[in-house]
Design a binder for this molecule. Structure first.
Ligand code: AMP
Ligand code: MG
Length: 332
């Protein structure tokens, strides 16, 4: 009789446990200068921890918050960094070198000059940009353990990698909480963690530059970060009627202008995905293709301003264009 009661109790408890384990918890908040949304199946704790972690990272990495480590490093030129800032910096410096400077985390003086920090936009003179370019370059950043030192007037902007790093930190929390399914959109950097609760792949929409509420393509994937860089995300129209976007070509100090509308990089590592989406945007179509052939441990989708789409071999089979068209395949 006692055994039967135990079985009945267990049978009643199981569905509750299943609902509790698989229930969906969502959150959305503003951090890193953008809107973020988090959806986790089976762990309320993970949702709380992820928000806390991202808000902490934001306070460490913001170039404009007077208390952040990046702000204080830019001001004081030397600083003992937290583990997170030091590891992000170390990883970013490596990616700056690997991309031959297309990614450059020392562009803060140039980004600021164009008004992308204050949002008071202006077109700097060529002389002014040449002067400021003398202050850029990762050779002016020394990182020894956790001690960072900037020379030659260098100042850092981690905006191109911070959201990807946040996605990696979130993935670590999800693994710790043994979550099997979660979907995070960190202002355009999407973490498709595990697979959907029914075991199928996540569908990630790639934003349509004409209408941010819709998509030009949908990508099916699991356990990947999809990081997108788009000229349409932040730009201004100058008095000359030209469009100036927030992604800067470090070799000229000018906004990248090579017919690329957006680049999405898909890879398991969020920091790398974020870094490469920015770098491939700067490189443009041909150089991006060459870079992929040489380094291709990632996949990417590139939308050009004539509407054409190219996609690397690893994901082209999982990509569907919403206009029914086909993407050009890029083989390794
Ligand atoms: P993302 O949206 O990830 O492509 O990052 C773009 C942001 O990174 C910009 O808003 C700038 O703050 C900064 N940035 C612009 N150009 C570059 C570049 N070539 N390398 C690194 N950071 C950049
Ligand atoms: Mg980026």
């Amino acid at each position: 009789m006692k055994k039967l009661r135990t079985i009945i109790l267990l049978l009643c408890a199981l569905p509750l446990c299943f609902a509790g384990c698989q229930g969906e918890t969502s959150d959305s908040f503003f951090a890193m200068d953008t809107y973020m949304s988090v959806k986790v199946y089976g762990s309320e704790q993970a949702v709380k921890d992820i928000r806390t972690k991202i808000e902490t990272l934001d306070r460490l990495l913001s170039p404009s918050d007077g208390d952040s480590e990046i702000f204080r490093l830019n001001r004081d030129k030397t600083l003992a960094l937290s583990d997170d800032t030091a590891s992000l910096l170390q990883r970013s410096l490596q990616l700056c070198r690997e991309t031959d400077g297309a990614l450059d985390i020392t562009l803060f003086p140039i980004v600021e000059e164009w008004g992308f920090i204050s949002k008071e936009y202006r077109i700097p003179t060529r002389e002014r940009l040449d002067k400021l370019l003398e202050q850029t370059g990762t050779d002016k950043v020394q990182l020894s353990g956790s001690q960072a030192t900037l020379t030659g007037g260098a100042r850092l902007d981690c905006g191109a990698v911070a959201k990807g790093y946040a996605a990696d930190a979130a993935a670590e929390i999800l693994r710790k909480e043994q979550v099997g399914a979660a979907l995070l959109n960190l202002g355009g950097t999407v973490l498709a963690f595990g697979s959907k609760p029914d075991g199928s792949e996540w569908s990630v929409g790639l934003a349509d530059p004409q209408d941010s509420a819709s998509y030009f393509a949908v990508l099916r994937c699991r356990d990947k970060v999809v990081a997108t860089s788009g000229g349409y995300e932040r730009y201004f129209i100058g008095d000359d009627g030209k469009k100036y976007c927030h992604i800067i070509d470090p070799s000229t100090g000018m906004p990248a202008d090579n017919h690329v509308t957006s680049v999405s990089v898909i890879c398991a590592d969020g920091t790398e995905a974020d870094a490469l989406s920015t770098a491939l945007f700067v490189m443009g179509s041909e150089k991006a293709e060459a870079y992929y052939r040489e380094h291709g441990v990632f996949d990417y989708v590139m939308l050009l301003d004539d509407g054409s789409v190219s996609a690397s071999e690893g994901i082209i089979g999982s990509l569907q264009l919403t206009n029914g068209g086909t993407a050009r395949r890029i083989d390794r």
